[in-house]
Design a binder for this molecule. Structure first.
Ligand code: OAD
Length: 248
């Protein structure tokens, strides 16, 4: 990370009223949850990109559920890391604040954030493939022994998450649009995501169009890097801890 870049970020954060944060799997990597893309995401030689799809579930729901049960067990053991904790402090500091996360692990909530929009759902809820009704984890316990889990409403239970190739539900997107269309954010952090989805590019575009600073935090380059004002090439916990220290 270049000092000059950090100084620029901190100078904006010191006067910012509204902060927008987009997160992806990379922010939870330091909590021990593997990212989707790249060799460390592999599970028993299966590529997550082949498993997190409606086609995979149709073909082999047991295999997809086994992968989700494995991910659930990692998530249950994981704790929010320093990056999540900094964001929870910022929510209390800035009058305007929102996290749009692609993560289904709920680590932002567990770190204390409430202003979080989970655009891909969460890993603990399930829904009936026949009726679409959503069930909470208190209502449905899924284990290796009851796979594939059958819903009392006639279908199978599937994780209530958005899979690759599926359309995002409108409510979370509306919430983010409302946040962006009021007073524009002074700064937007895009943290730990390969930024391949169009909506990330489009939110980033809106922020920049209104003069907000676009900051990417990711050890690697992404399709968003060229449009970012500043790229901090470091793990999320390192970069956010450093920014937070310099702000206080
Ligand atoms: P990816 O696995 O595509 O990308 C993770 C990103 O995090 C990569 O760009 C890494 O370079 C970066 N990264 C790794 N370790 C990091 C660290 N310690 N700090 C910061 N960045 C780090 O995950 P997403 O972009 O979240 O959706 O993937 C988006 C969606 O693709 C997922 O939500 C999932 C998948 O399809 C669905 O299942 C619909």
């Amino acid at each position: 990370m270049k000092e000059k870049d950090l100084e620029k970020v901190v100078s904006v954060m010191k006067i910012a009223k509204k902060v927008f944060v987009i997160t992806g799997a990379g922010i939870s990597a330091e909590s021990g949850i593997p990212v989707f893309r790249g060799s460390e995401g592999l599970w028993k030689n299966h590529d997550p990109m082949q498993l997190a799809t409606p086609e995979a579930f149709e073909k082999d729901p047991v295999l997809v559920w086994q992968w989700y049960l494995w991910r659930r067990s990692l998530v249950a053991r994981a704790n929010p890391n320093a990056a999540h904790k900094v964001l929870s402090r910022w929510e209390k500091t800035y009058p305007g604040f929102l996290i749009a996360t692609q993560n289904v692990d709920r680590l932002h909530h567990r770190a204390g954030n409430e202003k979080v929009v989970e655009i891909h759902g969460n890993i603990w809820e399930v829904r009936c493939t026949k009726t679409g009704r959503v069930f909470s984890p208190e209502e449905v316990d899924i284990t290796e022994e009851n796979l594939p889990p059958k819903s009392p409403e006639g279908g199978l239970f599937r994780p209530n998450v958005v899979w690759f190739g599926e359309i995002l539900p409108p409510e979370p997107l509306d919430e983010i649009s409302a946040f962006l269309s009021q007073e524009p954010p002074d700064i937007c952090f895009v943290i730990g995501t390969s930024a391949l989805f169009y909506y990330i590019q489009s939110w980033a575009h809106v922020v920049k169009m209104h003069g907000g600073l676009l900051v990417e935090i990711n050890p690697d380059e992404t399709p968003l890097s060229a449009r970012a004002d500043i790229c901090l090439r470091a793990p999320a916990a390192t970069a956010l801890t450093r920014i937070n220290e310099l702000c206080s």
